[in-house]
Ligand binder design. Structure first.
Ligand code: GTP
Ligand code: MG
Length: 446
């Protein structure tokens, strides 16, 4: 079956039926009154995740989906029938977006999950609802409301736990065919895989996980080179990625380390979040002699960056168990210890040792004159000491003297001044007393 993972469709919910305007007309019943019924509700458009489906192919062929309108109200107090909802089944993992606004309306991740995307219109009220004591013949009814209409973009993002990444021909399809029952096409030419494949890997102790094999990526995939990078959407939900490096490639323009950096660059261009997902780096095709020759330098370089590598061969089954163990550990425990290694200390230690040794050798040569220098400096140092002492001595004396000199008169002065001030005060008193006495004597004389 053709794999379709993106479609654009138009959906419209049913309109509500109009309310009816009707009056009871019966023999011998005069002025029977209004009896127009309500309109029925329009059907809504509902999406449901169906685990039986794997592709959006059906929606490629039929792009317009309309739910039925509600039935109009009728006379004789009859309400119209509400329309049934339109149920659209999509594969689990379908993302429903509004094409015009880009808003994500729903992400159907769970089997059976349902979501109403367009609500049906409400039926209008018939004229019997509008009869009152003062308005006994309402000749109007309410119209039904129109159902919602939308243009949607459906995107299928496969629900895999582990995603396989690698250049074309790296052996991704071979790996998934070994560890699961998936049987994708495998051939010795690039872009054998054109659509993603899923495989269920039965791990130990009844644990299992889903692995997704996607078409190979090449440099410039973000600009549409090769099959582009739209298939990366299918590994967006993966919890861990296996990055397969083709160690057996014999073309000159390809190099495992350069491939590794290129692919990570493309990942970053697609989504920063995806590029930060844990990666299990596996060196594939290590059954080939020229691949073995490359193993050491590639391993060393990646370990220098702190990345653990898993040597494997999909042809012989070498290294499959450690690879699956590492994947399962990240998946089931969330620990990524196995994916990182301590960068080998040897080259750094050597560099540091070399860096340390160099100045050690030079040091004694420089120290010789350095020793003389302090000898010369000694008198220089003494001089300021003396100066300081010399300066300090008078400095200490000076303020003491000054303070004493200043304080002595300062203390005396106010005393003297006070006495001086007080003295005249006493004199004036004496004078005034004398004045008074002489005045009294003069008066007595007179
Ligand atoms: N010698 C050897 N050949 C391998 C190994 N793994 C894969 N191959 C071969 O490599 C070729 C490509 O393998 P595929 O599994 O189709 O590679 P792919 O990564 O799925 O390639 P695309 O689908 O084009 O992206 C096939 O001829 C495989 O037989 C391996 O471990 N050793
Ligand atoms: Mg393939």
């Amino acid at each position: 079956m053709k794999f379709v993972d993106e479609v654009r469709i138009q959906v419209k919910a049913g309109d509500g039926g109009h309310g009816a305007v009707s009056f009871r007309r019966e023999k011998y019943i005069d002025r029977g009154g209004p009896n127009g019924g309500d309109g029925g509700n329009g059907g809504s458009v509902i999406f449901q995740a169906d685990p039986q489906l794997t592709t959006l192919l059906d929606y490629r062929y039929q792009q317009h989906h309309r739910a039925k309108n509600g039935e109009g109200g009728m006379g004789n107090d009859c309400n119209g029938r509400s329309a049934e909802d339109l149920l659209l089944r999509v594969p689990v993992g379908t993302l429903i977006r509004d094409e015009n606004t880009g808003e994500v309306l729903a992400d159907l991740n769970d089997p059976g999950q349902k979501v109403v995307v367009c609500k049906g219109g409400r039926g209008g009220l018939g004229n019997m609802n509008f009869a009152t004591s003062t308005r006994q013949t309402p000749r109007f009814a309410q119209d039904g409301t129109p159902g919602e209409e939308r243009t949607l973009r459906l995107e299928l993002k496969l629900l895999a736990d582990v995603g396989l990444l690698g250049f074309p021909n790296a052996g991704k399809s071979t790996l998934i065919s070994i560890v699961s029952r998936a049987r994708p096409k495998i051939a010795n030419y690039p872009f054998t895989t054109l659509v993603p494949n899923l495989g269920l890997v039965q791990y130990k102790d009844g644990l299992s996980f889903v692995m997704a094999d996607i078409p190979g990526l090449i440099e410039g995939a973000s600009e549409g080179v090769g099959l582009g990078h739209q298939f990366l959407r299918h590994v967006e939900r993966c919890k861990v990625l296996i990055h397969l490096l083709d160690m057996g490639t014999e073309t000159e323009d390809r190099d495992p380390l350069r491939d590794f950096d290129t692919l990570n660059g493309e990942l970053r261009k697609y989504s920063e979040e995806l590029s930060h997902k844990p990666q299990v780096v596996a060196l594939n095709k290590l059954d080939l002699p020229h691949a073995l020759e490359r193993q050491d330098p590639v391993t060393r370089e990646l370990q220098r960056r702190g990345i653990a590598v898993f040597p494997i061969s999909c042809a012989t089954g070498l290294g499959m168990q450690p690879l699956l163990d590492a994947v399962a550990e990240v998946l089931f425990t969330g620990r990524t210890d196995k994916l990182h290694v301590e960068p080998p200390p040897a080259p750094r230690a050597e560099k540091k040792a070399a860096a340390k040794k160099a100045p050690v050798k030079k040091a004694p040569v420089k120290k010789a004159p350095a020793k003389k220098a302090p000898v010369k400096k000694a008198p220089v140092k003494k001089a300021p000491v003396k100066k300081v002492a010399a300066k300090k001595a008078p400095a200490k004396k000076a303020p003491v003297k000054k303070v004493a000199a200043k304080k002595a008169p300062a203390k005396k002065a106010p005393v003297k001044k006070a006495a001086a001030k007080k003295a005249p005060a006493r004199k004036t008193a004496a004078r005034s007393a004398a004045g008074k006495a002489s005045g009294a004597a003069r008066r007595r004389r007179a």
